[in-house]
Design a protein. Structure first.
Length: 214
């Protein structure tokens, strides 16, 4: 059985005014991308993020094949509560981060059922998996994978669904009925421009999702 409420993670935030606007929706997590090729990259030295207090919303740093040292520095500097790893990071790196009391999301690109096999080595060193659409650019494509493939995921670690979720998908997501579906990751399909989220669309989606799960 799916829970009565799914966790909400809104990713790719960057603009201070937009961050404040989205924070009023009270998502569980807010993601900040520390991957320079991304159009939502927060920048090498974002002092506004350094001083940001989200009043209970957990800050997630999104990294792609970054060094452990650089990730730990970012966690300390920006007071991140979680990291989301989108590259080929090892189980050992995930274990080290968890030992620092950092929540660990490990992303896995999905295009076929066999892609879930890669999760086996990470089940004991992560808090959540994140299943995203397989692309050459480590996510952010705005495209969905075939969500029926989720039934091939049979491990016990909970996961977030990501990739191309739109404001029209609340009913479909609520009907997935996967026992390990813990939350959704919302990003590019709720934007007016890279890094700028549309609060109205997000509010409608979150309300519709919650209503469907009651």
């Amino acid at each position: 059985m799916q829970p009565n409420r799914l966790l909400i993670k809104i990713c790719g935030m960057r603009d201070p005014g937009n961050i404040a606007q989205i924070a009023r929706l009270k998502p569980d997590y807010m993601g900040f991308i520390f991957y320079p090729p991304s159009p939502r990259y927060v920048g090498a030295d974002n002092r506004k993020l350094e001083d940001l207090d989200l009043h209970g919303i957990k800050k997630v740093g999104v990294f792609v094949n970054e060094t452990l040292e650089a990730m730990l520095q970012a966690v300390k500097k920006y007071r991140l509560q979680a990291v989301q790893l989108h590259g080929s990071e090892s189980p050992e790196i995930c274990t080290t981060l968890k030992k620092q009391n950092i929540e660990v999301f490990k992303a896995f690109p999905v295009s076929q059922a066999s892609d879930f096999e890669a999760t086996q080595s990470y089940e004991n060193c992560c808090d959540y998996f994140l299943f995203d659409t397989k692309t050459p650019t480590h996510g952010g494509s705005g495209a969905k994978f075939d969500w029926s493939l989720l039934q091939s995921y049979t491990r016990k670690l909970p996961f977030f669904l990501s990739g191309g979720i739109t404001s029209d998908d609340a009913v479909i997501i609520a009907s997935l009925s996967h026992p390990q579906l813990a939350g959704v990751d919302l990003n590019s399909r709720f934007e007016s421009a890279p890094g700028l989220k549309q609060a109205g669309q997000l509010a409608i989606f979150i309300q519709q999702l919650n209503n469907q799960l009651l």
